[in-house]
Design a protein around this ligand. Structure first.
Ligand SMILES: Cc1cc2nc3c(=O)[nH]c(=O)nc-3n(C[C@H](O)[C@H](O)[C@H](O)COP(=O)(O)OP(=O)(O)OC[C@H]3O[C@@H](n4cnc5c(N)ncnc54)[C@H](O)[C@@H]3O)c2cc1C
Length: 380
C-alpha cells in the first residue's frame, strides 16, 4: 500500500501502518524535509512551530481524542534524547483590557498540561499583560523530528520514493492509479526490498493491496479536487537570541486573528517567532515590512527577540478545510456492475494549524480505516 506525502502526517501515518507488522508500506512524495527548499515548500511541516496546541484545527469533537493521543506520544518522545521533542513551560497571554479574558480552552482539562490561570506578576507573564493561562506542552523541533521519523521508516523497511514532479490526479480513482504507478515505476532500493541469499529465486510477491493513504496536505486541492481546502498563510522567523529564552509564550488571537505574537523554543538555543494567519493567501513570499512588524510584535513580548540573530524566515501554507480534517475511507468503484471496489483511498489531510498537534492520533485512526478496508475486501 502507498502513503502519499512525507510531511508530519504522511510520516506518522506510514510509521503507524508499518508498526502493525501486517502492512507493507511505501511512501510517495514530491518533497521531504531533505528535499524541500526553504521558502518554496509545498511542504508545510518543515517550518511548523511544532508546538502542541490545537489552533485552527477542527472538528473539535474528533480533535479532542486525536490531540490527547498525540500529546501522550510527544511527551514520551521527549524522554528520548535526539528526537528534537521537548516539554516546556509557557503561557498563553490574555489580551490587555478592554478586551475580554478568553474562555479556558477545552484542552485545559488534559492533566499533563498542568494548566492554570495566572495573573500579572507571574514570572512568565510579560509586563503590560493582565495575566494568562500557564501550561506545559510539547514542542517538536521539526529540523530534528522529521529526519528522526524518516530514519525510523528506513529502519522499518519502508521505502520513500521521491518523485521529480507532482503526482497528477483529480479524484480518488485517479490518485489510486497515479500513486501505485509511481511506486511501480520507481527503481528498487531504499528499503523494503529483499536481498537474495542464493538458492532458488523467491516466488513473486503477491500484488500489493490497492490502498492509498492520502496525506498530501494542501496538495489535495489538486490531487482529489477538494475545493473546500484553502491555504492559511503563515510567516515565521527562526532567531538565535544572545540571552537564553526558555519555554514558550503566545498572545491569544484577538480581533480577526490574522496577526499575533508567539515565541517558541525550537531547541539548540533557537526560537521560532511568529506569526500570521491569512486565509486564502497563496503567496509564498514575505515582504520585509511584514517580517519587521512580526518581529516588533514579538520583541514587545520577549525583548530578547529584538537583538537576536536572524537565521531564516519562512512562509508556510496551513491546509485548512471548511469541515475540518478529512479522515475517512473512500472506496473506488471497479467500474463493473456489481464488482468489488478497485481499491480504497483513505484520506488524512486538512489539518490546518494543528498537524503536529493531532498527527499521531490521526495516524492511529488511519490504520483502523485501512485495516477495515482490507477486511471488507475493498483493497483490490
Ligand atoms: C507558520 C506555520 C506555523 C505552524 N505551527 C504549527 C505548530 O506550532 N503546531 C502544529 O501542530 N501545527 C503547526 N502548523 C500547521 C502544520 O504545519 C500543518 O498542519 C502540517 O504541517 C500539515 O502536515 P501535512 O503532512 O498534512 O502537510 P505537508 O507538510 O505540506 O506535507 C504534504 C506532503 O504531500 C506531498 N504532496 C503534496 N502534493 C503532492 C503531489 N501532487 N504529488 C506528490 N506529493 C505531493 C508533499 O510533497 C509533502 O510531502 C503551522 C503551520 C504554519 C504555516
Amino acid at each position: 500500500m502507498v502513503v502519499v506525502g512525507a510531511g508530519i502526517i504522511g510520516l506518522t501515518t506510514a510509521l503507524a501502518l508499518a508498526s502493525t507488522g501486517r502492512l507493507a508500506v511505501t511512501v510517495v512524495t514530491r518533497d521531504t524535509d531533505a528535499t524541500a527548499a526553504d521558502g518554496a515548500r509545498v511542504f508545510t511541516s518543515g517550518g511548523s512551530g511544532g508546538f502542541w496546541m490545537p489552533f485552527h484545527c477542527d472538528p473539535e469533537r474528533l480533535v479532542r481524542g486525536w490531540a490527547a493521543a498525540t500529546l501522550d506520544v510527544l511527551i514520551a518522545e521527549a524522554q528520548t534524547p535526539g528526537t528534537g521533542v521537548g516539554v516546556f513551560p509557557g503561557v498563553l497571554l490574555h489580551p490587555p483590557p478592554p478586551a475580554a479574558v478568553p474562555p479556558r480552552p477545552w484542552w485545559a482539562a488534559l492533566p499533563d498540561l498542568h494548566f492554570a490561570s495566572v495573573g500579572a506578576g507571574h514570572p512568565r507573564v510579560p509586563r503590560g499583560y493582565p495575566g494568562g493561562y500557564y501550561f506545559e506542552s510539547a514542542i517538536a523541533d521539526m529540523d530534528a523530528y522529521l529526519p528522526v521519523l524518516r530514519g525510523r521508516l528506513a529502519a522499518a523497511g519502508v521505502r520513500v520514493v521521491v518523485v521529480g514532479a507532482d503526482l497528477q490526479a483529480g479524484d480518488a480513482a485517479s490518485l489510486l492509479t497515479a500513486a501505485r504507478a509511481a511506486v511501480a515505476a520507481a527503481p528498487a532500493g531504499g528499503g523494503g526490498g529483499s536481498v537474495g541469499g542464493g538458492g532458488a529465486p523467491p516466488p513473486p510477491p503477491p500484488p500489493p493491496p490497492a490502498i492509498v493513504v492520502n496525506c498530501s496536505g494542501l496538495g489535495s486541492v489538486a490531487l482529489v479536487g477538494d475545493d473546500t481546502l484553502i491555504p492559511a498563510r503563515g510567516v515565521t522567523v527562526v532567531v538565535e537570541p544572545t540571552t537564553p529564552v526558555s519555554g514558550f509564550v503566545s498572545e491569544s488571537p484577538t480581533g480577526d486573528g490574522r496577526e499575533l505574537a508567539y515565541i517558541l523554543n525550537r531547541g539548540r538555543g533557537r526560537l521560532t517567532v511568529g506569526g500570521t494567519y491569512h486565509e486564502g493567501d497563496w503567496s509564498r513570499t514575505a515582504p520585509d515590512a511584514e517580517v519587521a512588524a512580526l518581529l516588533d510584535r514579538a520583541a514587545a513580548v520577549v525583548p530578547a527577540v529584538a537583538g537576536a540573530k536572524r537565521l531564516r524566515q519562512w512562509v508556510g501554507l496551513r491546509p485548512v478545510r471548511a469541515a475540518g480534517i478529512r479522515l475517512e475511507a473512500e472506496a473506488v468503484p471497479s467500474g463493473k456492475p456489481g464488482g468489488a471496489p478497485a481499491g480504497t483511498v483513505v484520506h488524512n489531510y486538512g489539518h490546518g494549524g494543528g498537524g503536529g498537534t493531532v498527527c499521531w492520533g490521526c495516524a492511529a485512526d488511519a490504520v483502523r480505516l485501512v485495516e477495515a478496508a482490507v477486511a471488507a475486501g475493498n483493497a483490490g
